[in-house]
Design a protein around this ligand. Sequence first.
Ligand code: ATP
Length: 362
Amino acid sequence: MFPVMPQQAVTSVTTAVAGRDGRAVSLRGLRKSFGSVVAVAGVDLDVADGEFFAMLGPSGSGKTTVLRMIAGFESPTAGAVELGGRDVTRLAPFERDVNTVFQDYALFPHMSVLENVEYGLRVKRVPKAERRARAMEALASVRLDGFEKRRPAQLSGGQRQRVALARALVNRPRVLLLDEPLGALDLKLREEMQVELKAIQREVGITFVFVTHDQEEALTMSDRVAVFNAGAIEQVGTPAEIYERPATAFVAGFVGTSNLISGTTARAVLGKEGTFSVRPEKLRVVLDDADVAGSDEHSAEGTVSEVVYAGPATRFVVDLDTGTRLIALQQNQEVSSMDVMGLRGRRVRLVWQRRHEFAITS
Ligand code: ATP
């Protein structure tokens, strides 16, 4: 997060520059140091026009600083920012075809919803009739028709979030930057808004680049995700690529629960050297000797050390005989909590298809 001035959220826009190559945002060798702290350590990234793009990473991994450099609130120590194929590295925020939606929304409390949304256009001296029409259109796009006269204090958290979104969309920027946009909402509302935000983005067709530390949020909403660690990008890919084929041990651990197989276990169970990742839901917990692994499968024996019943699914912690601990997640389709809890201490075999194990760099 970073400090917010209300006027930053209503940054004016320049005329859209048509992207020659369909790239909305390009970052080239982007670096940022604050004294001796290297916040961003060389980032190269292309975001396509119309993409819903997530920058995901733990606190302090540099994603907010990258977002601020795209917005123009921070200038890079080295490297370049291009918007629509045009180098904007030296341009001020208001000269860039971007708008930012902040986590705390930065709405003007004394203004109505309509006035809040119109504000940016008023600053740019857009005539009143056009201003009103565009603000109403923006409010309709976030499904807030009928709320024009309310003050921010008379809205729910989710509705305030939508006003902030409408206030940015009214400028019709090429790129919308969102800093932890759902961070202030409670879990249930956040899940609803994840679906809603994605639908709004699809309708308006504007490129969204958003920062989050919530892996589920990134996987749910995005077309592609960049996973940040210590100021650098570890992997860029679709949610399925990131989740199913994590490129590094960090990505495997940060996005979802990771099962890493290496050393003795890799040699004994997989018959190969290296480090491999298998997701918990790909493992089958087998109690029955008759259920043998097929030729396209691998299996390992061990003891159930913990059973965590979680309603729709159960999580089994299994200590393999070769010394590795693996987590298996099983849907509770035909079992009850009584059935699964009795498995603690039992000998089991974990079986998985070879195509679900991936080599990663540690
Ligand atoms: P969060 O999710 O907590 O916002 P982040 O991944 O967005 O984290 P950044 O806010 O980009 O991370 O910070 C990256 C690093 O740069 C951190 O070590 C942070 O302390 C440091 N940093 C960021 N802004 C400044 C600043 N203005 N002055 C000094 N150090 C800073």
